[in-house]
Write a protein that binds this ligand. Sequence first.
Ligand code: ADP
Ligand code: MG
Length: 385
Amino acid sequence: SSKNRVVARKLSLPETEKTGNRVTVFVRVRPISKKEKEAGSRCCVRIVNPRDVYLTEFVNPNDYLRLKRIRGRHFTFDACFPDSATQQEVYSTSTSELVEGVLQGRNGTVFCYGATGAGKTYTMLGTVESPGVMVLAIKDLFRKIKTRSCDGNHAVHLSYLEVYNETVRDLISPGRSLVLREDKQGIVAAGLTQYRVYSTDEVMTLLQQGNHNRTTEPTCANETSSRSHAVLQVVVEYQVRDAAMNIINSVGKLSLVDLAGSERALATDQRTLRSLEGANINRSLLALSCCINALVDGKKHIPYRNSKLTQLLKDSLGGTCSTVMIASISPSNLSSGETQNTLHWADRAKEIRTKANDANEDLFPVTETGTDQAKLVLELQKENH
Ligand code: ADP
Ligand code: MG
């Protein structure tokens, strides 16, 4: 598959597009797995150039035989990463610019979205040999603040938590669920560990331990954490001199989110615990897309309060904050339904950004009422069809 190696490179955008809130959207295809190969699967995803991905849609096998042709669709993103893309390439293209913003005192958030097994945790955390975006971002932060801080003083603090079934838990010091409280700094999880790190080396171990503490799937032991959202927040503080040589304190927050598997976003049966979990995941993912929608449309009211995830990210979405979405997909036709959903969702996230620059658009005030909830459900249905 990597015969014609495509190197993803983010194209520089016209200056007008650089202003305001821009959600940049990326897609990463993981290599086909042994299990998928053994099941006789074919590849249904092709990266045709650094920005375009082509998905073959196997609608219905009978239709396919009758029509004697395969339907497909092209999607365009800020960049598409083929299965040969390295962790470093993914980091540099998708997230390094955002990390630069954090060093300039802006908040930034990276989300990884996709079905269970599509490669979200590999992209965000990675392995000791191939660290992912979380670790590479912290490495980059350390490297840059060391050269930039004017007095050599700097502090990097981490917190790592999960949102599972609308409950918040500390992944560094696991224990009881945490209560969200509003204080001067915004919404905080009361009692959450703020772990000070001094080097990149200790970060991977810490995060791997944290990931181990994530709530795992009760029935499918090898597919872990598909229902929990893992949120890593990194606060960077250092001192710089401004143009007048005054010392100023620069504080920036970087949030890196390994979202729950998107395949359960449509569970609606409330009768069992499992479907309750499904409904709650749907709630957080949905609330997230609604907030992003509202932010980029320039709406006055942003419905952060609709889920724990969006409450936690209140100061990390919108304002001067930058947002990156990375959609993870499998290349196998056995997952083409999930892939299609993921690409449609990512495609919509990308279109939202274009709307932000349309000054003539009418804006509707959003209120937190029953109608708002109904809108949420409609959004969900749109997303999945
Ligand atoms: P998710 O977190 O979306 O459920 P994982 O990140 O756990 O999925 O990926 C599933 C499996 O595929 C893991 O064994 C992981 O190591 C492997 N994998 C995912 N992406 C890649 C990649 N880009 N290169 C190599 N292996 C990958
Ligand atoms: Mg995972």
